[in-house]
Design a protein around this ligand. Structure first.
Ligand SMILES: Cc1cc2nc3c(=O)[nH]c(=O)nc-3n(C[C@H](O)[C@H](O)[C@H](O)COP(=O)(O)OP(=O)(O)OC[C@H]3O[C@@H](n4cnc5c(N)ncnc54)[C@H](O)[C@@H]3O)c2cc1C
Length: 747
C-alpha cells in the first residue's frame, strides 16, 4: 500500500547529557545534510539524558530550517495542557518547525518513581486520547471561553486557550498494539513505530488497523503519514536506498528517521541515500500513476461550502478553506464575524489578478476585498463567499529619499508604516490606530492626528498600482488613467484592488501627544466649546473627542486626544491650554514623543470580531449650538455607547472639492456614532441629520444605498458612476458602498 506521501528523511539523535553539545551539533549536521527532521527520544526519568523539551528548544534556536520533534514524548510525565503551550511556543519561536511525536508511556516503574501514575496499557491509551483532544482544544484560539474537560485522566477547569501555534502541529503516535493503532487511525496525523520492534508483516497489519479505524470515522487513510524509525539497513548505499524505497512503495512509509549518532552516516543519509530513495520512488509512482499531492482531510472536505470550485483555485495562490487550521484566524475581521467559503491570499499583483479571475467565475457569490481587516462596515468578510485577503502584500519601500517617495503594499498596517517612516524622520498622515490596514484607509480618505496640518492620506498619493475587474494591472497617476487616479482617492473600493500605493510623505519630528479626560456636566456646552477651540487652533493641532452614553450614577466623561505637531513643550502646552479650560480635567497625559510611538497602539494579532457593527458617519461644517444640543440628546438616549468628533479642515480643505472622489472638504469635523442595535441607532442618528452634510465611507456601516448620495455630492457621484462603467461595468467590486455604473460623458 502506497499512500503517496512526499518522502521525508530525518534523524533520531540520543539526547546524551554526558556531552550536551553533541546532539546539538548532530542536529546541525542533519540540517546541513538536507534532512527534513531531527527527533529525540523522551525519557524524563533517565539521568543520562538531557531533558528533551529543553534540548528541542535549544536545537530550535541553533538551527534554521530543520523540523524538530520528540520521538516520542512521554505523555504520562508531561501534563498535556502544559505540553500544548510548550509545543505552541516552540512552534512560534522556530517559525512553524515543530512536530509532536506522542507515546502512551511504558517503563511504569520509572514513571512512578518520578511521581507519575502507573496505568494499565488500556488506561494509557485512553489517557493519551484525552491528552490529544485537550491539546487540540487549547490550540483553538478562535473559540471563545476557557476549556473544560472532564476526562478520566486529564481534567481542566477553564484553562485559557493559546498560544496558537504557527502552524497545525502534526501529532504522530508511537503505536504497536491494536488499541493504539486504532487511536492513530481515528485521531493521529502520523504513525511512528520503530522498525526494530516490528516483526515481518507488522507494518502491513498496522496499516490495515489504522486504515480501518480512520475509515470508521470518515477519514481518508492518506491523512495519516506513516513514519518509521530505522537503523542503517544495509552497508551498501544502493541496497540501503532500495530497501527504503520498498518500504515506501509496499508499506506506505513516507518518513524515514535514521537512528545513530554518527555525523558521517547522517551526512550520507541526507546527501546520498535520501535523493536515491526519492528517485526510485518517484519513478515507480509515475509508472503506477500514484500522485504525490497533499491530501485534504475528509473533515476539511466536508467543511467546504457549496458553489465554490475549490479544486480550480489557480496554482500557487494561497487558499484557506473553512476546514483549514488557519481559517479561524482569517474568517472574521476586527469588527465583524464571518464565515467565508474561501480566503485567497495573493502575494503579487499577478496573483491578485488570478484571484479576481477566480472570483469572476463565481459571480453569484459575495466577494470581499481585505487589507488590514479594520473596515468599520465589516464588509471585508462575508458568509459563504470569497475573500481576497491582501495581507501578504505588505512591503514598505523607500523609492526616492530626496522626494520622500515611498511605495507601500495594501496589507501593511499603519503602525508598521509609521515605524518604518519614523526611521527616516518622516511620517504619512494616516488614521489614529496602528492596526488599521493601508488598503482600506488609503482608498477612502484617511482622517488622522496629522490631518489639519498634512491633509488626508489620499492627498499624499502620487501613483497607485491597481488590478482592475478584468484582471489587467495598471499604473495610475495624474497622467495615466487620471480618472481612475481620481476615483482611487476616496472611492477606491469601487474601481479595483490597489496592490501598491506610492506616497510622498512629510518630514515630521517629535510631536506632543495629548490625552485629556474631562468631567462634563453640560455635554452640549462642552461639544460646542471643543468645536470653537479646535477651529481657532493653529493647524499643527488636531484633537479628537470621544464619549458615549452616560452611565447611571457616574459623571459624564469626555476624552480629548490628539497631536500637536511641534517639538516645543511651550507650544504644546499653549495649544492645549484652551481645551484644558473647557471643563474640570480628571486625567491628563501629555508626552513629547514620535508619531511612530503614537501609532504603536494596536494589537496586530489575529482578528476575532463577532456579530455586526453598526456605525453612522457624518461630516459637519461646524459644531453649532443646534448640533451640540442634538448630539447631547442623542447621547442621553443611551443608544450610542461610542460617539466621536474628529477635527478635519485645515490642509484637508486646501484641496479642491472636485480634486478627488473624497468630497465635503469644507467640513471641519467628522462625526461617528456606534450602537449595538441598528434600529435604535438610526432613530437617534436621524435627529442629527439636519446638521450634518456628507458622510465618510470609512466610518459607516449602513446597508441603505441612498447613503451613497450622502458620501458623494451629485457631480462627484455622476463622475464616479461613469468611471465605474468604464472600469467595472459588471460590478465585480460590489461589497463596499458600490455605486451603480452609468455611462456618461462626465468622466
Ligand atoms: C479601531 C479603528 C480605528 C480607525 N481609525 C481611523 C482613523 O483614525 N481614520 C480613518 O480615516 N479611518 C479610521 N478607521 C476606519 C478605517 O480607515 C477603515 O475602516 C478602513 O477601511 C480600514 O482599512 P483596512 O484595510 O484595515 O480594512 P479592510 O476591512 O481590510 O477593508 C475595508 C474595505 O476597504 C476596501 N479595500 C480594502 N483594501 C483595498 C484595496 N487594496 N483596494 C481597494 N479596496 C480595498 C474593501 O472594500 C474593504 O471592504 C478606523 C477603523 C477602526 C476599526
Amino acid at each position: 500500500m502506497d499512500y503517496g506521501h512526499a518522502l521525508e528523511f530525518g534523524a533520531f539523535i540520543t539526547p546524551t547529557a554526558a556531552s550536551p553539545e553533541a546532539p546539538v551539533i548532530l542536529s546541525q549536521v542533519a540540517e546541513a545534510s538536507g534532512l527534513d527532521l531531527v527527533t529525540f527520544q523522551d525519557h524524563p526519568y533517565q539521568p543520562a539524558f538531557l531533558d528533551t523539551w529543553t534540548l528541542m528548544t535549544f536545537v530550535a534556536a541553533r538551527t534554521d530550517t530543520i523540523r524538530i520533534s520528540p520521538n516520542v514524548l512521554n505523555v504520562p510525565l508531561r501534563p498535556p495542557a502544559v505540553v500544548a503551550r510548550a509545543a505552541a511556543s516552540i512552534d512560534l519561536l522556530s517559525g512553524g518547525r515543530f512536530e509532536l511525536g506522542l507515546g502512551a508511556g511504558g517503563f511504569w516503574d520509572a514513571i512512578e518513581a518520578m511521581g507519575g501514575t502507573r496505568l494499565t496499557p488500556g488506561q494509557a491509551v485512553t489517557a493519551l486520547e484525552e491528552a490529544i483532544d485537550l491539546m487540540r482544544e487549547l490550540w483553538r484560539t478562535d473559540q471563545r471561553g476557557g476549556v473544560f474537560t472532564d476526562g478520566r485522566y486529564h481534567r481542566v477547569h477553564g484553562a485559557k486557550r493559546g498560544p496558537r501555534p504557527a502552524h497545525e502541529i502534526p501529532l504522530h503516535i508511537g503505536a504497536y498494539k491494536p488499541r493504539m493503532l486504532a487511536l492513530t487511525g481515528r485521531k493521529g496525523d502520523g504513525w511512528l513505530p520503530s522498525l526494530a520492534y516490528l516483526q515481518p508483516g507488522d507494518l502491513a497489519k498496522g496499516n490495515a488497523t489504522i486504515d480501518e479505524a480512520a475509515q470508521s470515522v470518515g477519514r481518508d487513510p492518506r491523512e495519516i503519514r506513516r513514519l518509521l524509525n530505522v537503523g542503517q539497513l544495509a552497508a551498501d548505499p544502493r541496497e540501503f536506498a532500495e530497501r527504503l524505497a520498498r518500504l515506501a512503495l509496499e508499506d506506505g512509509i513516507g518518513t524515514f528517521i535514521l537512528a545513530g549518532d554518527d555525523p558521517n552516516l547522517l551526512q550520507r543519509f541526507g546527501e546520498d541515500i535520501a535523493p536515491a530513495v526519492r528517485e526510485l520512488v518517484t519513478a515507480e509512482r509515475a509508472a503506477r500513476g500514484v500522485s504525490e499531492g497533499p491530501v485534504r482531510s475528509a473533515a476539511a472536505l466536508a467543511a467546504r461550502r457549496d458553489g465554490i470550485a475549490y479544486d480550480d483555485v489557480p496554482a500557487g495562490l494561497h487558499a484557506i478553506e473553512p476546514g483549514d487550521f488557519e481559517y479561524g484566524d482569517v474568517r472574521a475581521t476586527y469588527m465583524r464575524g464571518g464565515s467565508p467559503g474561501l480566503v485567497l491570499q495573493p502575494a503579487s499583483a499577478e496573483q491578485v489578478a488570478a484571484a479576481i479571475g477566480f472570483a469572476r467565475r463565481h459571480p453569484e457569490l459575495p466577494l470581499s476585498v481585505r487589507s488590514g481587516g479594520h473596515g468599520i462596515s465589516g464588509r471585508s468578510t462575508n458568509d459563504g463567499g470569497i475573500v481576497i485577503d491582501l495581507r501578504r502584500l505588505n512591503e514598505i519601500e523607500v523609492l526616492d529619499t530626496e522626494r520622500r517617495l515611498v511605495r507601500i503594499g495594501p496589507g501593511a498596517r499603519w503602525a508598521h508604516v509609521a515605524a518604518t517612516l519614523g526611521e527616516h524622520g518622516w511620517a504619512l498622515t494616516s488614521g489614529d490606530y496602528g492596526g488599521v490596514g493601508v488598503g482600506g484607509l488609503a482608498t477612502a480618505g484617511g482622517i488622522g492626528f496629522l490631518a489639519r496640518e498634512h491633509g488626508l492620506t489620499i492627498d499624499h498619493l502620487r501613483a497607485a498600482e491597481v488590478v482592475l475587474a478584468d484582471g489587467s494591472i495598471v499604473r495610475t497617476d495624474a497622467a495615466n488613467h487620471p480618472d481612475l487616479f481620481w476615483a482611487v482617492r476616496g472611492a477606491g473600493a469601487n474601481v479595483g484592488i490597489v496592490t501598491a500605493f506610492e506616497f510622498e510623505v512629510d518630514e515630521v519630528g517629535q510631536v506632543g501627544h495629548a490625552q485629556l479626560a474631562f468631567q462634563v456636566d453640560d455635554v452640549a456646552e462642552f461639544l460646542e466649546g471643543y468645536g470653537r477651540v479646535m477651529e481657532s487652533s493653529p493647524r499643527d493641532m488636531t484633537m479628537f473627542l470621544l464619549t458615549g452614553a452616560p452611565r447611571p450614577g457616574q459623571p459624564q466623561i469626555v476624552q480629548l486626544y490628539g497631536i500637536v505637531d511641534s517639538d516645543d513643550p511651550d507650544t504644546i502646552i499653549a495649544r492645549l491650554q484652551p481645551f484644558a479650560e473647557l471643563a474640570p480635567l480628571v486625567q491628563q497625559s501629555v508626552q513629547l514623543t514620535t508619531y511612530a510611538q503614537v501609532m504603536a497602539n494596536a494589537d496586530l494579532g489575529p482578528q476575532h470580531g463577532a456579530g455586526e457593527p453598526h456605525s453612522r458617519s457624518g461630516l459637519l461644517a461646524h459644531v453649532t449650538p443646534a448640533f451640540a444640543a442634538a448630539a447631547a440628546r442623542m447621547l442621553e438616549s443611551g443608544a450610542v455607547p461610542f460617539f466621536q468628533l474628529r477635527a478635519v479642515g485645515g490642509a484637508v480643505a486646501d484641496v479642491a472639492e472636485d480634486a478627488t472622489a473624497y468630497s465635503h472638504r469644507s467640513a471641519a469635523f467628522s462625526v461617528v456614532a456606534l450602537g449595538s442595535r441598528a434600529d435604535r441607532l438610526d432613530e437617534q442618528w436621524r435627529t442629527l441629520a439636519d446638521h450634518v452634510a456628507g458622510m465618510y465611507l470609512s466610518f459607516d456601516s449602513s446597508e441603505r444605498p441612498e447613503r451613497i448620495a450622502e458620501a458623494f455630492p451629485p457631480a462627484t457621484l455622476a463622475r464616479l458612476r461613469a468611471i465605474k462603467a468604464a472600469y467595472d461595468p459588471t460590478c465585480v467590486f460590489r461589497d463596499n458602498f458600490a455605486v451603480e455604473p452609468v455611462q456618461s460623458d462626465a468622466a
